[in-house]
Design a protein around this ligand. Sequence first.
Ligand code: HEM
Length: 226
Amino acid sequence: MKFFRRYTPLQIAVHLYAWSSLVWALFQLLTNSLPENPAQELERQTGRHALALLALALSCTPLHFIFKIPELLKRRRALGLYALLFAALHILLFVHLENSLAWSRLAQTLKEKPYILVGAAAFLMLLPMGVTSFDVWKIRLGKNWKRLHQIVYFAAPLVVVHFFWSEKLDALHSVNDALRLWIYGLVVAALLLLRAPSIRRRAAAFSAQTLTRRFKKKTHPKADST
Ligand code: HEM
């Protein structure tokens, strides 16, 4: 019981969701249910999970504007750090897959798979955000902290471009892959749009109106029926 008093349901959900991907990967490894090339499959799974966590981290602020749940803002850091962790695992698996990669062949690989550069750029943008996400850095950097963390507006679309491009080049087009790709793309685009000041103001006004209406209904139930 002490556990549930210490952690909120949302906090527990965030941690469970983040680790679920590793548990699933472990289960697949133990039951031998991974496809022919397990490292490649895990590389894809970690990449997708990193993107999903990044999208969730991005969604906290707009959802808070609409639903006015302050706790959402507190969960951004964990979600962002998990996204970074899974992106790092994704890169480690790539390095493992390409362990025959000699420096002399690097230029050739990048020529064949230029989307890797886009992924690397996104990772390099996410890295300083992760490192400075702690309170001590927030105090140290002052106003620049917010500026630095606005890099996410560039990093998230870059990850989507990396995803689109890798799918296109590797010709992985099953209906599921294509659908997943579009869903991620549209969700990230919508989340970024929701941060535009004019749209944000409208969302805030909409939520304020809805809350006032609900409040009036509760306090004067008859007033609404006229
Ligand atoms: C140095 C940085 C990176 C490298 C070298 C890299 C490498 C790769 C490679 C080789 C693929 C193609 C996998 C395949 O189809 O076999 C891929 C796909 C992908 N990567 Fe990355 N990546 C990097 C950064 C990132 C980051 C930062 C993210 C997310 C935050 C990410 C998310 C994805 C996603 C979602 C896919 C598509 C997975 C799928 O096919 O379902 N990548 N990456």
